[in-house]
Design a protein around this ligand. Structure first.
Ligand SMILES: Nc1ncnc2c1ncn2[C@@H]1O[C@H](COP(=O)(O)OP(=O)(O)OP(=O)(O)O)[C@@H](O)[C@H]1O
Ligand SMILES: [Mg+2]
Length: 501
């Protein structure tokens, strides 16, 4: 193998019952390059990573790392030969310090026989690594006290400390704020300068364009193309991923404004959000913009009974409602699609049909015949419309790729008979093609007279799909924007608490 290739996969094939997840994958990662893996939900990106790190064993094909053939590695072996993976789900031990986490499983001992740890050295070295990465993180603080973004940086520091030659990142910025994402991209570039190779998986193609040297495009478990990133435009990437062009990114259809559906007056939860008032009308999408931590999620959680509030009133179709728990909110006709879909949205051992029709169970149970026919038909329709990649609606949701699991949660709420939809980060982790399908479904809801609140941290999406935008900053509404006033600039100013006027 040539000098400059660090990892080579040849004809790697992986089958799951009913799914050919990887179909003769060929992939070559060079030393010191950032290599992007892009593809639709279910294309096989995470499965490739699991094969490389030994979590799955391929049915066919060979792998070479640093000049040697590798077989099935345990996570420990994979780390010891220089492969590290930064998972999206954090696996820090929260009550241990940052330094202890960095050294977890590779502790330094003062007296090995007596099991006496060299805490001083571990702390000193950890501080050194954090410093080289330009990170402002205290090595002696408990990891659990750090935010998601910082914990992920500690994971990277851990990989660097272990002298990883290849660091794999699977959707690293999916739950980071815009500022943290910029920091992460900076670190990825720094790693490349140090000669480390990085595999970078993301649905945010602008990031891929910015940070990667080469990309490999996957579709249906096959490698479509590997190219220098400078030779492919984002539009090219999209059409090769999806197998068709996407003409319109935000296919917003305006619906005629209707009657008042939801009114919130002076809603306050001390220390979290204050004096929030707004009205939502039938046929409209009301966007909630703001920075991560502005209190948007907390506000809608209070409206839907997921969290308590101290004062304020909520009216549904003009009548005051007393919502104390999520059940009350469902009964009032409000559907809440949470941002933490994996944690709160799915019963993973159950299949797609079960999960999709869960909220609506009463409706299907009213007649046994209806249940059998209708529930399957509805679940299948949602699979088609959202382009969920699955062998059938009877596949357990735990077998689906991350993005396809999210589509099932979306389906579940779209199938509910609600008239008010509150959707928190509707397209996070979802591929470009499916995003458009989600927007089309939102259009359909509003055209049928439903009202939608959409929280989105992607400003383009918020602007592209909303009729009106409420901007929050530090727990307060700073502006409400309509019509001409809905611009990137106005949203940004209001979100950072600066008054543009
Ligand atoms: N343990 C499993 N059992 C059965 N099928 C699986 C399993 N893991 C993955 N699959 C299937 O393999 C295919 C590839 O999944 P994978 O998770 O690699 O997709 P992905 O490209 O990472 O997608 P996403 O962007 O949604 O994360 C999917 O069709 C998925 O349903
Ligand atoms: Mg994945």
């Amino acid at each position: 193998m040539e000098e400059k290739v660090l990892l080579r996969l040849t004809d790697i094939t992986k089958k799951f019952p009913g799914v050919l997840a990887l179909d003769k994958i060929n992939l070559e990662i060079r030393k010191g390059e950032v290599h992007g893996l892009v593809g639709e939900n279910g294309a096989g990106k995470s499965t490739i990573i699991k094969v490389i790190t030994g979590a799955h064993y391929p049915d066919m094909g060979e792998m070479y790392f640093d000049g040697r053939q590798i077989g099935r590695l345990s996570p420990h072996e994979s780390m010891s030969i220089g492969i590290a993976c930064v998972y999206q789900e954090l696996n820090q031990v929260p009550y241990m310090t940052v330094a202890e986490n960095i050294y977890l499983g590779r502790e330094k001992f003062r007296e090995k026989n007596l099991g006496i740890l060299d805490r001083e050295a571990m702390k000193r070295n950890s501080e050194q690594v954090l410093k080289t990465l330009g990170l402002d993180i205290d090595a002696s603080v408990e990891a659990g006290l750090l935010g998601v973004g910082k914990q992920q940086m500690v994971e990277i520091a851990r990989a660097v400390q272990a002298d990883a030659k290849l660091i794999i990142m699977d959707e690293p910025t999916a739950s980071l704020s815009a500022k943290e994402a910029i920091e992460l991209l900076r670190i990825v570039k720094h790693l490349r300068e140090q000669g480390v190779s990085v595999i970078y998986i993301s649905h945010r193609l602008d990031e891929v364009k910015e940070v990667c040297d080469r990309i490999t495009i996957l579709r249906d478990g096959k490698t479509i193309e590997t190219a220098d990133v400078k030779d492919v435009s984002i539009d090219d990437m999209v059409s090769k991923m999806v197998g068709r062009g996407i003409s319109q990114k935000y296919p917003k259809v305006k619906a005629p404004p209707g009657r008042e559906m939801l009114r919130v007056e002076h809603l306050t939860r001390r220390g979290v959000f204050y004096d929030i008032s707004f009205t939502l009308y039938a046929g409209e999408v009301l966007g909630f913009a703001g920075l991560v931590g502005a209190g948007r999620t907390e506000t809608v959680r209070a409206v839907t009974g997921a969290d308590p509030f101290d004062s304020g009133k909520i009216f549904v179709e003009g009548r005051e409602v007393h919502i104390r728990n999520p059940r009350d909110s469902i009964n009032a006709g409000i559907a809440f699609l949470t941002e933490d879909r994996k944690g709160q949205g799915l019963i993973l051992i159950q299949d797609i049909e079960f999960n999709s029709t869960l909220v609506n169970l009463k409706h299907y149970i009213s007649s046994l015949f209806l249940k059998l026919e209708q529930s399957k038909a509805d679940a299948e329709r949602m699979v088609r419309e959202l382009r969920t990649r699955t062998p059938s609606v009877h596949t357990p949701t735990r077998n689906l790729s991350g993005g396809n699991q999210q589509k099932v949660v979306i389906a579940k709420w779209l199938l509910s008979k609600a008239k008010i939809f509150i959707i928190d980060e509707p397209t996070r982790g979802i591929d470009v093609g499916a995003k458009v399908e989600v927007y089309n479904l939102i259009n359909r809801l509003t055209s049928e007279g439903a009202a939608v609140i959409m929280i989105s941290s992607e400003m383009d999406e918020c602007i592209g799909m909303s009729d009106r935008i409420i901007v929050m900053h530090e727990g307060r509404v700073t502006r409400e924007l309509t019509g001409e006033a809905v611009t990137q600039e106005n949203v940004m100013y209001a979100a950072s608490g600066i008054d543009a006027n």
